[in-house]
Design a protein around this ligand. Structure first.
Ligand code: G4P
Length: 538
């Protein structure tokens, strides 16, 4: 008897639907090609027939989104959304993470709602700073990471150098899954190391259409390739070497994010994409059970549940609304379902078009684990809020990430201290900003911390428009921070140094601020890096 036979029909349906889903997010540094690759995945996934519109949308974002004045001012999108496409009976949910330089905690939180991360690396640059930060979250969650090395049509590192770069920068084991045939101007296709086929490719209509591909075995393909004998010999040697690397691939290590399959290609020219997408569907995880607050697995076949991983305020400037994005963790979502919010016990009916917000205004009728539904916030939802229908559960899955940017804040009007605290408390609860008491603070000053510097503009704008409070924001010299346990011995040790400052957040959790990277290193030596936390469980 199979595992499915002991389940009800509805549970079987839920598990089968969940198995078809691949919910993933892209981790990359700006300019690595995330937008281009996203569009090409839609092209190869059959969701669009011609590429061009999404990149155009990126350029036209100014007009496309009028959600927030800040978005307009900067011409960037502050929000994440979900792109859905289906291929060969697999439903892909791509959780879009903002790719601009001033990325925020939102980007990091989105990874908590993903089951797999797709890491995009520019072949010329190797692993870059933002990718490293995002990688930390994947590591914490132990989710599988699949790597796509992009822009192989341009001069860059040699493929073996990329492999060592990934290993050295991230401490993860890279396992080649495809290998580029020629690089830079001579890039002609890829060798599929799993299927053992050489794909010779030709660009079609500037990459708007799928690349024309001819498939050969290695030797037949090399006869056709436009490479010198010396280069062909080098390619054979590299393929032999990488085949040996593949044999050592440890499935468990990949599942826990300790090893990553690496694919090469060019998103612009559509080289290496068919092979990539085919294996991506196989390698990416279907939804896994999340742990509830007691550490027990919430089986995906149980009653409907989900958690809020993202909030977006002021999507419609005429109504003071706020959308909540919910990752489904178990059960089936049906339009009209009544859910309970686990913190307050409040019941919400997910029905009317005003409450339920669908992708591109299409209202979802039903959804399964791995899917994301969005809802206009009925008032009490916060980042991390759990909802369930009839089978109670509470998750505690969204961590707080230590801020990396700091500012001192006070009100221009000294009589508005109360509004300052109240407004900031609200924004902190929504996950927009971290608020701390100023170490040795005077007057009405508070300390703000964020993961991305753009958030300060968001705070300033929202305090002014929603709380009618003009802020005075000024710089401070803090460089990094770490959360602490309530451990007096450690706190005293940290307080004894003049380049570290201990304070607390609005919930009373201690946090230490450092003047420099050097001060952080010193503190790690003094009290042990394991006592200085990069994440605080929410
Ligand atoms: P992002 O979302 O990660 O920020 O990157 P995006 O896709 O916007 O790509 C950044 C730049 O890199 C774009 O060039 C894009 O055309 C280019 N690019 C992406 N993939 C490839 C590739 O495989 N090969 C090459 N050669 N270039 C690639 P741009 O000049 O900034 O924009 P555009 O003029 O092409 O619109």
């Amino acid at each position: 008897m199979s595992e499915l036979d002991t389940l009800t029909k509805e549970q079987q349906e839920i598990i089968e639907e969940a198995r078809r889903r691949r919910t993933f997010a892209i981790i990359s540094h700006p300019d690595a090609g995330k937008t281009t690759l996203t569009e090409k995945l839609l092209l190869y996934g059959g969701a669009i027939h011609e590429a061009g519109s999404i990149r155009q949308r990126k350029a036209n974002r100014y007009a496309a989104s009028d959600w927030m004045a800040i978005e307009k001012d900067r011409g960037i999108s502050v929000t994440s959304s979900v792109l859905r496409f289906e291929k060969d009976n697999i439903k892909f949910n791509l959780l879009d993470t903002p790719g601009h330089k001033d990325f925020s905690e939102d980007t990091l939180r989105t990874l908590v709602a993903a089951d797999t991360a797709l890491m995009v690396i520019d072949v010329a640059k190797g692993v870059e700073e933002q990718t490293e930060k995002l990688f930390e979250v994947c590591k914490m969650r132990e989710i599988p990471i699949i790597t796509f090395v992009n822009k192989c049509d341009r001069p860059g590192l040699e493929p073996l150098e990329v492999i060592s770069n990934i290993e050295n920068q991230l401490g993860i084991e890279p396992i080649p899954a495809s290998w580029p045939l020629g690089y830079g101007r001579e890039f002609q296709g890829i060798y599929d190391l799993i299927g053992k086929e050489l794909h010779l490719q030709h660009k079609e209509e500037h990459g708007a259409k799928k690349a024309h591909t001819e498939k050969y075995n290695l030797e037949e393909g090399l006869k056709e390739a436009q490479l010198s004998d010396h280069e062909k010999e080098k390619f054979r040697e590299e393929v032999m070497l990488t085949e040996d690397m593949m044999k050592m691939m440890d499935e468990e290590a990949f599942k826990n994010g300790k090893a990553t399959p690496v694919f090469f290609g060019s998103a612009l020219n559509n080289f290496g994409l068919d092979v990539f997408l085919e294996y991506f569907a196989e390698l990416a995880h279907p939804p896994q059970p999340y742990l509830d607050e007691s550490g027990n697995e919430r089986e995906i076949g149980r009653g409907f549940s989900g958690f809020v991983f993202k909030m977006q305020a002021n999507m419609n400037p005429d109504h003071r609304d706020c959308a909540a994005f919910i990752r489904i963790t178990s059960g089936k979502f049906e339009r009209g379902i009544e859910v309970t919010e686990s913190n307050t016990g409040k019941k919400v009916k997910m029905s009317t078009p005003h409450t339920l917000m669908g992708d591109e205004r299409n209202i979802l009728e039903e959804a399964y684990p791995g899917d994301v539904v969005s809802l206009f916030n009925p008032g009490s939802f916060r980042i991390g809020t759990t909802i369930y229908s009839d089978d109670p559960v509470k998750f505690d899955v969204i961590p707080l990430f230590t801020p990396e940017h700091f500012r001192k804040v006070s009100t221009k009007d000294p009589f508005k201290r109360k509004q300052l605290r109240e407004g900031l408390k609200q924004l902190a609860e929504e996950g927009v900003v971290h608020v701390f008491e100023m170490p040795n603070g005077v007057g009405n000053e508070l300390l703000l911390g964020t993961v991305g510097a753009l958030q300060f503009d968001v705070v300033e704008h929202r305090m002014e428009t929603e709380y009618n409070t003009e802020l005075h924001i000024s710089s401070v010299s803090y460089h990094a921070a770490r959360w602490l346990d309530q451990n007096q011995e450690i706190i005293e040790k940290l307080e004894s140094s003049y380049s570290t400052h201990v304070t607390e957040d609005m919930e009373g959790t201690p946090i230490v601020l450092f003047d420099s990277g050097y001060a952080l290193n010193q503190a790690e030596e003094k009290v042990g890096a394991e006592n200085l936390y990069k994440f605080k469980q929410g």
